[in-house]
Write a protein that binds this ligand. Sequence first.
Ligand SMILES: Nc1ncnc2c1ncn2[C@@H]1O[C@H](COP(=O)(O)OP(=O)(O)OP(=O)(O)O)[C@@H](O)[C@H]1O
Ligand SMILES: [Mg+2]
Length: 317
Amino acid sequence: MPGEPTGAAPARAGSTARDRATEALRDVAREPGAAKPDPILVADGVVRRFGGLTAVNVNHVEIQRGAITALIGPNGAGKTTFFNLLTGFDRPDEGQWKFNGDAVQGVPPHKVARRGMVRTFQLTKALSRLSVIDNMRLGAVGQKGETFWRALIPSLWRKQEAEITERADALLERFKLDKKREDFAGSLSGGQRKLLEMARALMVEPHMVMLDEPMAGVNPALTQSLLGHVKNLREDGMTVLFVEHDMDMVRDISDWVIVMAQGQVIAEGTPDSVMADPRVIDAYLGAHHDGAPDPSAPIDNEPAAGPKATDGPAERE
Ligand SMILES: Nc1ncnc2c1ncn2[C@@H]1O[C@H](COP(=O)(O)OP(=O)(O)OP(=O)(O)O)[C@@H](O)[C@H]1O
Ligand SMILES: [Mg+2]
């Protein structure tokens, strides 16, 4: 079908992006590093060390285009570090990855964003002393300071101004932030800031959106709306990779789940298959060994005792 990503399951009349993602992933092996029919992102041998600690050691991972993939794992597993590497906010010691077929390691974050891969942060980075609409305008120029001042001086970008403002306003309306347009971002609630961050990420019209704990600290009244927005990204043809600790949410919205522990991908599969996987339960129970998780280790708990619903981020160090 014209416009259909290569290798994706053929679209049936009336089928949703979720149906297509489910279909495309149906026969994918439930194992770490599994090949996908149409990967938008492929990473190989990505290693990041902090002194003696290997925070990320991902042998091979592929992210299926058009699907919502959850990246889960206990605190300190390396999820945020992996996001930082992929989006150019940190540099790996080793490794390569390709986004849409192009190598992107070593590319700075704002250029990664222009190529269509944007991320949000575990701790929101909305600029609190700027208005909501100015935060959105900054989103249009990527994610780094190089063009920061240019973005704030209208005479330098007059040509694009109308178009960018129009897009920003449409997104603010969609995310129900239009009434906050002129308010300082700092005056928004935690949930509204998460919405602003997501809306701002969409200013570059990305192909893939990476969300680091989009629901963390969000008032339950806004949770459903945030979940709805994430699902809509998929229906709009985007690929979503998100980090989340709340397993009910992971189950609700993801087509595929990748599990990290101690820097490595230790399991992959559908939400149901990974949550019943002994290696995953073991990792969440804080395995009593120091090396890689041992799949043969005895399990004396029900699967429900593994990744927990409402398992919020714990204190670290
Ligand atoms: N800049 C840094 N310097 C030193 N160690 C770091 C740095 N960033 C992360 N780490 C360490 O790397 C490991 C992985 O951290 P990371 O933040 O990626 O984990 P995470 O999976 O995102 O955890 P959480 O679920 O708590 O957000 C942790 O042990 C952390 O302490
Ligand atoms: Mg993190």
